[in-house]
Design a protein around this ligand. Structure first.
Ligand code: CP
Ligand code: NVA
Length: 310
């Protein structure tokens, strides 16, 4: 029996395979209820506090709408407005907010910040993106893959781009939990975090997944059922934009590269996207792209998380 009440949601590595599959199933059910116009006020009277230290379109709106649809409320707390941004400690902020809200979502820079919030909060803490992980996004990605492919186990996912980043890390962690093979193509110097890969390899040994990492996108994409990319320059790396554009040019997801994927591959991108940089318009706006289903599923996947944690 799966019970996530009171738990935090900081990275997919902290969930079991069954818990991840359960949340995907819950997300699909909530999506159906929403489409059918069935009310589902599972969180009536509950309030989610949302702290944003970085910009957001999807995460903010989908969490906020999700709480309303579940019968609760969400409060948007920008770092520019709350005392945290003026130096109030995480300890005091977490303790105080825990007295008001039933859950906290945080988008920030260092992953240790959400870990500290989780440590000092008495309510569940959800990671809405850190430099290291983006687990709510990848839960929605897995839901999207399942909806389009009707299975997860045994599929091959290929991520092309910045391996040393939140999306690549959460994709690795998520893929191995559900028995998907994962390949990563990144330039030298932008390889995935070694600890993330080491821990994922241990999981993969149990679930039968494989993890491949290389500098060669053509080699990594061969046989992929799912092709994923992300921006070359993530939030907080704006100073490196020029340099990154150069290094990552051979890692653009375009028609030529995707010829090497399976014929019926689907393309995912968490968005925001830069057409002509990490992906061509022909791919992201083409017949293989499911990026708007993926964006929509943020809402349903997060409602599944909220319903079960809060
Ligand atoms: N994909 C995603 O997290 O988008 P936002 O930055 O708009 O929230
Ligand atoms: N890797 C990107 C994801 C944006 C949702 C970033 O961190 O900016």
């Amino acid at each position: 029996d799966i019970n996530l009440k009171g738990k935090d949601f900081l990275s997919l590595a902290e969930l079991s395979s069954d818990e991840i599959l359960f949340l995907i199933d819950e997300a699909i059910k909530l999506k159906q209820m929403q489409k059918n116009g069935e009310q589902h006020p599972f969180l009536k009277g509950k309030v989610l506090g949302m702290i944003f230290e970085k910009s957001s379109t999807r995460t903010r709106v989908s969490f906020e709408v999700g709480m309303y649809q579940l019968g609760g409320q969400a409060i948007f707390l920008s770092n520019r407005d709350i005392q945290l941004g003026r130096g109030e400690t995480i300890y005091d902020t977490a303790k105080v907010l825990s007295r008001y809200v039933d859950g906290l979502m945080i988008r920030t820079f260092a992953h240790s910040t959400v870990e500290a919030f989780a440590k000092y909060s008495s309510v569940p803490v959800i990671n809405g993106l850190t430099d290291l992980h983006h687990p709510t996004q990848v839960l929605a990605d897995l839901q999207t893959i399942y909806e389009h492919k009707r299975r997860l186990e045994g599929l091959k996912m290929c991520f092309i781009g910045d391996g040393n980043n939140n999306m690549a890390h959460s994709l690795i962690e998520g893929a191995v939990k559900v028995g998907m093979d994962i390949s990563i193509a990144s330039p030298e110097g932008f390889m995935p975090n070694e600890e993330v890969v080491k821990n994922a390899q241990t999981v993969a040994n149990n679930t039968g997944s494989t993890i491949q990492i290389s500098v060669d996108p053509q080699q990594m994409i061969v046989g992929a059922d799912v092709v994923v990319t992300d921006v070359f320059t993530s939030m907080g790396q704006e100073d490196e934009t020029e340099e990154r554009l150069q290094v990552f040019t051979p890692y653009q997801v375009n028609d030529e590269l995707c010829k090497h994927a399976n014929n019926d591959y689907i393309f995912l991108h968490c968005l925001p996207a830069h057409r002509g940089e990490e992906v061509t318009a022909s791919i992201i706006d083409g017949p293989h792209s499911v990026v708007f289903d993926e964006a929509e599923n943020r809402l349903h996947a997060q409602k599944a998380i909220l319903k079960n944690l809060l």
